[in-house]
Design a protein around this ligand. Sequence first.
Ligand code: NAD
Ligand code: MG
Length: 333
Amino acid sequence: MEEENKFSRRQVLSGLGASLAVAAVSPVLSAEGAVDSAAAEPLKDPTTAYPKPPFKVQEQPWPGLTSQMQPRPDHGEKSYKGSGRLKGRKALITGGDSGMGRAAAIAYAREGADVAINYLPAEEADAKEVVDLIKAAGQKAVAIPGDLREEAFCKRMVEEAVRQLGGLDIVVSNAARQQSNKSILDISTEQFDWTIKTNIYAPFWIIKAALPHLKPGAVIIGTTSEQATDPSADLYDYAQTKAATTNFVRSLAKQLGPKGIRVNGVAPGPIWTPLQVTGGSTPEKLQKFGGDTPLGRPGQPAELGSIYVQLADPGASYATGQIYGAAGGNGHP
Ligand code: NAD
Ligand code: MG
């Protein structure tokens, strides 16, 4: 993977001479941004780019492993190409072992960031793959397993990330709990508490712990969902936590704007991740997962990696309080 990146950079750089020779480049344009048009990739049809339903009905014990999913999700392992957009940044990503968190971790590392990931001890195998991918990109990888439902751990995790990374510039609050329940009557107080602790309390504790370390230019990114605005009948507790995420993004953006800290959210639609096969969906929903979107398929985490990069990129310095969506044509961010 590292080789692949080096190769693409070499291609870009070697193409530079040729394009300067044949094209009249405006003197105000930096040559560094030039791209070799000969290396252009063919157009890719998004309707056929990735697996479509019907999917094999499958279930795993929570929190699940990406390696056990059929088909295996794509997090950009073979495709994401960096171009130095986050050089020198230090990022902490919760739920960085799989799904959107893994896609963000791979993309951040290939953009030049050092990355700390948090995950549950049961996800060590997934986390190890991510650590290896970060290292293969030539960046520092920090693994901090632990349960975000404990305030003390959230604080410890942030301190550990700051200590091992030597600071903190990007906080991605991405971990979440989602369980499908047909009726509100099926949700016990304990289950409700579990969802709220993971999805609402943990970001609160993490951001409080991180804030004293964040300097102007730092960013906070929350993973919310189309569920925030278009909740499913069977996701009574989860959907309201995602509305809370969208809301904290908008509130904190106002609070932290004057301090130069941007706060944004990513709102995925149906994405092929372990969360869906560990009780997040019903077997019936899983079989046709994503089939009702205009693109006719679920998204892959790889298709969201660049959104996490964009929101962290200093070039997006006027974007705060925004929710960027990727939902295959349905839903609203
Ligand atoms: P995922 O299972 O790959 O990631 C969720 C992660 O949350 C897990 O890997 C786990 O490490 C972490 N986690 C859960 N409980 C935890 C706890 N108590 N302590 C520590 N870590 C814990 O699934 P994903 O779909 O990539 O989920 C990432 C984010 O995307 C979540 O916020 C989810 O709500 C959101 N989302 C997912 C979809 C989808 O269709 N998959 C759609 C919209 C939003
Ligand atoms: Mg996981």
